[in-house]
Design a binder for this molecule. Sequence first.
Ligand SMILES: NC(=O)c1ccc[n+]([C@@H]2O[C@H](COP(=O)([O-])OP(=O)(O)OC[C@H]3O[C@@H](n4cnc5c(N)ncnc54)[C@H](O)[C@@H]3O)[C@@H](O)[C@H]2O)c1
Length: 267
Amino acid sequence: MTGRGDSRGEKGLLDGKRVVVTGGAGLLGRCFCRGIVAHGGVAIVADKDFLSASLLAEELNSTEEKRAAAFALDISDAESVSALISFVEERFGGADALVNNAYPRNANYGRPVEEVSYNDFCENLSLHLGGYFLTMQRFALFFKRHGGGCIVNMGSIYGTLPPRFSVYEGTSMTMPPEYAAIKAGVLQLTRYFAQSFKKDGVRVNALSPGGIRDGQSESFLEAYASFCGIKGMLEPIDIVGALLFLLSDSSRFVTGQNLVVDDGFSL
Ligand SMILES: NC(=O)c1ccc[n+]([C@@H]2O[C@H](COP(=O)([O-])OP(=O)(O)OC[C@H]3O[C@@H](n4cnc5c(N)ncnc54)[C@H](O)[C@@H]3O)[C@@H](O)[C@H]2O)c1
């Protein structure tokens, strides 16, 4: 922790840190942005859904003046990522951290393995893993030019764990093969970038939640919870503490790691 963070305790964990959150208007992103601002940071809500991003920035600025901004971003478009970097430089004089958190998928995403076409597989990898690569590459180079920075990539337990198909029985959900490939790729790119930029003061870590509650049926939640410890499927707020740690100076010598938050599901 730095400066006022020490005397104000947890509230100042991110004092003054400017954090770009891609997909910042989504289920986890919204909660991340609220946590960043509540702990002294500035949240740049960068999302394809500009309306939702703007509403969230407005909400955050109504309590904490000028500590949030919205940006219309497409992580799979190099010009859009460059425009985001120019935006944070002009508006906030730069950025200290990136949370690679967007969740792009095409209309056919989420099908069982036997129904996934080659084109859909490639398109979803390109949008998600390709977009994470592009955003991470541009921000790592930007941070290197400015003396350092921090990147947190959103992974998933399914980046390392084989699918637990049994929990999806009797539901229309599954764990799609694209997701396994994307998140395994995100975790290995995390190590690749951490190694590439560790001499430049750029830390790169992954945060891997288990499944997050989002209106799933009780029977699914029960099946899922049978593999967990004390809670079962977690809520977005349960992931925020781990993100704040990875963004903060408390983790200043942590790089290339994957922090799993899943109430023991993957054990
Ligand atoms: N929800 C879960 O159960 C869960 C579990 C583990 C990991 N994760 C990971 O956490 C991250 C966030 O997941 P979520 O559940 O909050 O997703 P979400 O779908 O609720 O939100 C994703 C956000 O990304 C935005 N987005 C989509 N395409 C984009 C693009 N091309 N450029 C910029 N923004 C774009 C959407 O508008 C949306 O606001 C993802 O990486 C996901 O894989 C989620």
